[in-house]
Design a protein around this ligand. Structure first.
Ligand SMILES: [Zn+2]
Length: 403
């Protein structure tokens, strides 16, 4: 798509050249004046851009010093969702440093459209052991009360009901698809589980680097946390080897639903297990209407059970897993959820999840409150299904017999 835009730019230049051709002498004069003005303007612009860059340096220092307040002074507080996400961004940066990451941010190019608007490129460098990543994102900047602050990526917006899709300009077609499919899934989850979501914002990015820089994460193509927007990386057009948007949305909206039903207190393996389950069972019928088809489950079970790396963990062991153990969290979380739903139904599963509504909300990302959500989920499982040792034996025996 980007190549396409550049090609249009090139054609426009050629056409201008043709139009000016008959009056060559005047054209040359005209061009030299334009060139002179452009050079002067560029110099002024460069000076201003450098000034903006220098004004943003304290933000980089705040990042280095884990100074959340100082960092937030450079974020546009009028954009409340973005501001919240930037707060979480800073908390993630501090968390990653605690985990042993080397974490630095640099300012790239600054472009000014006017004396009050422009954009800035931020380069997020993350290094963990011998793995180093560099993710870049372009944010809008606005001058408020004589101070430049960062605003979100320059998005366009479409919305329907309480779902808004924000997208970078070349993803218009994909944004329409995402809006339609998200509405359909919400409708399905409303019918099946009685979920009525609050206002929902989905942000679409066109590269892994861009979305990762906004989290910040070394490499991510999707992001979902309560209180933040749902972020998705969409490859613009062309054949894609990745999952369909319907599958991704079925997964991510399942997270939002569980979070709403549990005050965001469900443990990570229950969250990922349930979202993975729904991602495999939501499908379209012949008329394009969405439905839940549990007959799709054996295919996913078989794939997991035939994996040589699969080792069963009890709920007690799942509770102790670090958030980076994704194979275990997603795989065993899926098998445990699958077992609970097949043997006792969706209703009982949701009763267990809704038990967690009685627990207070903790305003942080899931991986920052793993231990407490695991403890709370264990209590809810015990209340609704009985002893977690027995539930653990139940799911392990059920799937060991299928192996
Ligand atoms: Zn997930």
């Amino acid at each position: 798509m980007r190549k396409f835009v550049k090609l249009i730019g090139f054609l426009v230049i050629i056409l201008y050249g043709c139009a000016l051709d008959p009056d060559k002498i005047e054209v040359e004069n005209f061009e030299s004046i334009v060139e002179l003005e452009t050079v002067e303007k560029q110099e002024i612009k460069t000076d201003e851009s450098e000034l903006v860059k220098s004004q943003l340096v304290p933000m980089l220092e705040a990042i280095d010093n884990n100074d959340e307040e100082g960092f937030l002074e450079f974020q546009n507080s009028a954009n409340s969702l973005f501001y919240k996400e930037q707060k979480r961004w800073m908390e993630e940066a501090i968390f990653k440093k605690e985990q042993g990451y080397t974490f630095t941010v640099n300012i790239g190019e600054v472009n000014l459209m006017s004396s009050e608007k422009g954009d800035v490129e931020l380069i997020v460098n993350m290094k963990y052991q011998d793995k180093e990543t560099q993710n870049k994102v372009i944010y809008s900047i606005v001058k408020l009360n004589n101070k430049w602050v960062i605003d979100d990526v320059p998005f366009k917006t479409i919305s329907e009901g309480n779902i808004a899709v924000l997208y970078v300009s070349e993803l218009e077609e994909e944004a329409l698809t995402v809006l339609r499919e998200a509405s359909d899934i919400v409708h399905l989850y409303n019918n099946e589980f009685g979920w009525t979501p609050k206002d929902m914002t989905i942000k679409l990015y066109d590269s892994r680097e861009q979305i990762s820089a906004t989290i910040p994460w070394t490499g991510s193509t999707g992001w979902n946390e309560t209180g933040e927007s749902l972020k998705l990386m969409i490859e613009p057009s062309g054949p894609s080897t990745s999952l369909s948007t319907l599958t991704i949305l079925a997964h991510e909206l399942a997270h939002q639903m569980l979070s709403d039903f549990s005050n965001d207190n469900a443990s990570l393996y229950i969250q990922e297990g349930f979202a993975t389950l729904l991602q495999h069972v939501v499908e379209k019928d012949g008329e394009g209407k969405l439905l839940i088809n549990l007959n799709n489950l054996p295919y996913r079970e078989h794939k997991l059970l035939s994996n040589r790396d699969l080792v069963f963990y009890s709920i007690d062991e799942l509770n102790k897993l670090d958030y980076t153990k994704t194979f275990e969290i997603y795989g065993l979380g899926f098998l445990l959820t699958d077992y609970l739903i097949k043997s006792h139904g969706f209703d009982k599963f949701m009763t267990m999840v809704k038990e967690l509504m009685n627990e207070p909300y903790i305003d942080s990302r899931v991986e920052h409150k793993l231990q407490i959500t695991s403890e709370r989920t264990t209590r809810a499982i015990e209340k609704v299904y009985g002893s977690t040792d027995q539930v653990s034996d139940g799911y392990i025996n059920y799937f060991t017999n299928k192996q």
